[in-house]
Ligand binder design. Sequence first.
Ligand code: CO
Length: 507
Amino acid sequence: MAENEKIGRLKSLDREALRLAEAAETLRWDQETYMPEDAIGARSEQIALLETLAHQRETAEEVGELLEALGSTEAQPLGREELEPGDRAFLRAKRRAFDLATKLPAQLVRRFAEVTSRGQAAWVKAKNADDFEQFRPHLEEIVALNREKAERFGYEEHIYDALLDQFEPFAKTREVEALFSDLAGSLVDLVGRIRERPQVDDSMLQRSYSVAKQELLAGELLSQLGYEFNRGRLDVSAHPFTTTLGPNDVRITTRYHEDLFASAIFSTIHEAGHALYELGVAEEYHDTLLATGTSLGIHESQSRLWENMVGRSREFWSHWFPRVAELFKQELAGVDAEAFYRAINKVEPSLIRIEADEVTYSLHVILRFRLEMGLMTGDLEVKDLPEAWNATMEELLGITPPSAAKGVLQDVHWSMGAIGYFPTYALGNLYGAQFLDTLTSEIPEAYEEVSRGNPAPILDWLRERIHRHGAAKTPKELVTEVTGAPLDPGHFVRYLETKYGEIYGLS
Ligand code: CO
């Protein structure tokens, strides 16, 4: 077989795996949105079957042989230089995916699935009962299995590298530790100064807002942000998510609560940020594993850039507030654009990560990162986790959870076996701010356009510089090529200092 035939064969196996995975994903989307409750039995089987078929195409011996024959080995992370750049990127990603899918013995994969399935059920019960002890033995097994996974994947320096790499390709624990240590110092200092200032009134956000009008507003916001309804949909689910069902089908969900008006708006914008990224991948990568975001951290940079850096900006609301005030005349009676802007940017150390503001959010992530590292190296034992959680929370946020349910038991991630995932949330903030600095230096009028109701220059720039590359560039390559420098937390810290310095009158 000639070289280009081998690549062709590899691409056709990859495309079949992708289509099967998308079909499974479509059923999953339906399960979360419209499926009648009693349909779950057959649905689980349908999804499992499709995923098995996709997995077979990803891990087939033939894939390994083709990669070998094409000279794609771990020793050559960038692939062979004489190949087309698109093919090199494809082979590199395919090699990574193949290794991740085949390095773990089937027995370990099965065991991991069993333990995490029981673990999730135990976590729900433990959280409801506010009793960490009920979850402890499950988490002990999950930690042990993650250690075994890390050993199988292999690592050079830190056991946590192997876990982190699953979610943030090529990121190293040592680097993340250094970034987060800088960031934690700056954030703790900023939060301390904010707490000394008069606090912001956000009571108007707790009034009751009509769900029907919230839905109307969500649709209008999405259209203006450039989310195309001929290539996606907005539906309702218990937890908001984005899912890619094909190159021209990236759907998002949200949820509406009468008393959580701001939450629905911003989670909709957040998911739109994820969807715009997936929808912006260049056509040449469609139908391959490169047709997606390059890492969870870069993905989160897109969602959080739209949600916070654009969606919570004064310029954005100078355009949108009149419309919102017109829709919610009674709810927003006596509130002006400035009061609304301040309310949606209120900073206050709080217990729950997913409800945290833009300034304190990363501290919640750093807390989890530190604990996870301790668990993996063995410096921290699971039985001591609640105490370590509370102590680190006090150190970083100055508050102590009144219960395990509002502390160590609040997130689903560990029960699902996902260790190494949390750092990507804070990395997203850092990447986002660094991208934004380059964006605004190249398009100085970007925010002025936002205040005129035109965020298109921002989307066009993100598409051109980030989205179109899909997963063809690694996070590190992307950041360096787009911004001219490696990741530096200074961008995010300066962004926060400027914005919140003004809101809270810090000197
Ligand atoms: Co997100």
